[in-house]
Design a protein around this ligand. Structure first.
Ligand SMILES: *Cc1c(COP(=O)(O)O)cnc(C)c1O
Length: 378
């Protein structure tokens, strides 16, 4: 391939990894009045928008209750507080995930026990988790990475046999399913993030815990407000983890579009799969029984960093989720993790590359992304 072939033509505009402006323009007429209603009410904390948002999102996840949270991170933290996780406890988490999953464990004084992931799905399996269980294991947090669920049926059978609760980190997988069961509805509780880049994104930070355990839900609701019930009488030490009404109003509008957006992402994924077929590019594998919502479409290539440079030069959005597995992070050095401990995760960290998959991506844009990658990797 010659250099001239790779020069972006002046007519070609950049293709972002995610185009939230396009999404906003499509729903502006619905979202703005909803936000205006909240402004007119001047009711920003709690209230009908938050309650309705919790009910609607819980129902969407096939769960009984939703507890709106400030972020996906706080949902993880508060969820663990509700389960009584603390010093001396071990919590099993994948090493190949966003930092928050393990950071929250450490913040509560518990020990994150890092496990490897399946190289095809990037998710933990029952067999991998089982090997890490000790008498101190108090919780298992499977992360449903990139939009597809971990093998929850097998994980639940294994965890239930040992009486260990499971909390699903579903930040990247709202609406995805495993054997017909939706993310968050399988474990004891599930956590969601509405960070703008998630499939259901707020206009800022937001998150939610959803669960079918009404009693746990009530405890979480109290912990969300500094553990106080009634007001100013503190039963437990909680925090301020409240979802605000403006975000709730935005989320309620966006929720109506979520299935349509996820469907578009699935169509885009199918098109990429076909475009990359027969090339050296390894495409995402969706496990049998899973429906993915493709929060990310992560390809694997051996010369990933060179490809990144090339895509950047071509104005094609891309990102590495995640370049350093958690057992190798500086802040967890004291736990003794080192290179070679978790081979599948370490290999993935060096090879994965997320490319544009967002719903508004056009077929022509997709063609350009795929051709640029295929030509480079030839
Ligand atoms: C985004 C994310 C979180 C954290 O969510 P925030 O809303 O950004 O705090 C946690 N876990 C995973 C897997 C995520 O992708």
């Amino acid at each position: 391939m010659t250099a001239t072939m790779t020069k972006p033509s002046p007519t070609q505009t950049a293709i972002p990894l995610l185009d939230l402006v396009a999404q906003f323009n499509a729903i502006r007429d619905e979202v703005m009045p909803a936000m205006e209603r909240v402004c007119e009410s001047q009711r920003f904390i709690g209230g009908p928008e938050v309650t309705a948002c919790e009910e609607e999102i819980a129902r969407y996840c096939d769960c009984k209750v939703g507890i709106g949270m400030t972020s996906g991170t706080d949902a993880l933290l508060c969820g663990m507080m509700g389960l009584g996780i603390g010093p001396g406890d071990e919590v099993i988490v994948p090493t190949f995930t966003f930092f928050a999953t393990a950071g929250c464990v450490a913040r509560l004084g518990a020990k994150p026990v890092f496990v490897d992931v399946d190289p095809d799905t990037f998710n933990v399996t029952a067999a991998i988790v089982e090997k890490a269980i000790t008498p101190k294991t108090k919780l298992i947090i499977p992360v449903h990475l990139f939009g597809q669920l971990a093998e929850m049926d097998a994980i639940m059978a294994m965890a239930n046999a040992r009486g260990i609760p499971v909390m699903e980190d579903s930040a990247q997988s709202i609406g995805a399913s495993h054997n017909g069961k939706k993310a968050c509805s399988i474990g004891r509780l599930g956590t969601l993030s509405f960070f703008p880049s998630k499939n259901l994104g707020a206009f800022g930070d937001a998150g939610m815990i959803v669960t079918n355990d009404a009693e746990l839900g009530e405890r979480l609701r109290i912990l969300r407000e500094h553990g106080s019930k009634p007001k100013y009488y503190h039963k437990w030490i909680g925090g301020n983890f409240r979802l605000d009404a403006l975000q709730a109003a935005v989320l309620r509008i966006k929720l109506r579009h979520l299935d349509g957006w996820s469907k578009k992402r699935q169509e885009n994924a199918r098109r990429y799969d076909a475009m990359f077929a027969g090339t050296k590019i390894v495409t995402p594998k969706i496990a049998k029984g899973n429906v993915s919502i493709y929060n990310q479409y992560c390809i694997r290539v051996p010369n990933r960093d060179k490809l990144r440079e090339h895509l950047n030069a071509q104005g094609i959005g891309n990102e590495v989720y995640y370049p350093v597995p958690l057992h190798m992070q500086e802040c967890f050095k004291h736990l003794g993790g080192k290179a070679g401990d978790q081979p599948a995760s370490e290999k993935a960290a060096g090879e994965v590359l997320a490319i544009p998959i967002y719903p508004e991506l056009t077929e022509a844009q997709q063609q350009r992304v795929a051709e640029t990658i295929i030509n480079f990797c030839r």
